[in-house]
Design a protein around this ligand. Sequence first.
Ligand code: ARG
Length: 458
Amino acid sequence: MKNQTWSGRFKLQSSELLKEFNASLPFDKELYKEDIQGSIAHATMLSKCGILTKAECDTLIKGLEAVQDEIEEGKFDFDLKDEDIHMAVERRLSELVGEVGGKLHTARSRNDQVATDFKLYTRKHNLILQDLLKELISTLINLAKSHKNTVMPSFTHLQHAQPISFAFYILTYAFMFARDIKRLRSSYELADFSPLGACACAGTSYKTDRKFTAKLLGFADTMPNAMDAVSDRDFALDLLYDISVIFTHTSRLCEELILFSSSEFGFVSISDAYSTGSSIMPQKKNPDVCELIRGKTGRAYGNLMSLLSTMKALPLAYNKDMQEDKECVFDSVKNATQSLVILNEMLKELTLNEKTMRKACEKGHLLATDLADFLVREKGVPFRKAHFIVGKVVAKADEMGLDLSEITNLQEIEPLFDENAQRLLNLEASLNSKQSEGSSSVESVEKQIQNLESFLRS
Ligand code: ARG
């Protein structure tokens, strides 16, 4: 009664309930390409090491390629009783090439096979995400280049802080995404070791060449310990964490686009092509894309927490719990990919309402720090005292119902301020007065753009 490849020692057939519960095929078919790629490398190695003949290896490779074609042409029969993609591919291979198909699994286990497939998948998507982040950074750089002189208020505690340029503001995100790329690169490097050939957990009695398969699959080297090779899912956790941080960044940007496109701010307009309407209120134009990206952040964090919890306290080596590692990663990868693509397109179409942004700079006494710095620089007043004096001027301006920038009789209010101080009450002057590295001045923004452009070339 052999209904499964492993059923030699079983007397009864599997329950239908078990078949459905146990199977990962409905989701791990996503790994078909990596599975076939890994099997081709494995067969090639077996033949190189004299474990298979050259003819057997050729037959297996041809068969595996035929299976891949069937899957890609939608002709493959995905049947739950195969359990997972590894057994499904092997079953079909044997149907196509006959008994030699059964030789493919020599010196291999599904444990090292699944670790290899899954690692190849995460590596592939790691690189795709890096490319998408690069495109996003380019879009942000373009926005920055066209808005070096577009003034807007900066905020701390969501209260008006100091005048900045839109370029300076938007480059903040470009630097976040550049760090995300570096984080992905570092995860890639950590995962650059092949598990293939570790077998069930202890290696194999065949004289295989794991370095050879590692090289064929594009890994820098092999994982040095077979038990670790089959038990490790750090590479999946790292990708989930990297994606969570990307989402942290995109959620902050999206939150600001939601705020800045509201009637209260009115700083930016999101293109109609990336906005939605309401079923009842005809006037509505909603920033759904931003809200969805913000919302998907929760899912990304959940996926990371899910796999961390699955892996917690698992005894060595492989346990079936680890089959739960895939759906969370597939979900995060799909959402991150989609989100980065649409965010990039939406930003390319973003329009700025420069007048409104400038107008917003006339509220909140944005130039107060400039006045305090004047007292320090020109009058030798200690900064703390200068801070206090300007605080008094701000209070006076409030009494007069004016913003600091609207005050024309500064010296009357505070005799320490001469006409040079009066001249400081200007947004561009404030912006460009910044001398420190990384500041909001046009000169500094240009350097920051160069910094990012050279990063993109690296
Ligand atoms: N479908 C399994 C998974 O995704 C493959 C490995 C199964 N190994 C085993 N010994 N049952 O984890």
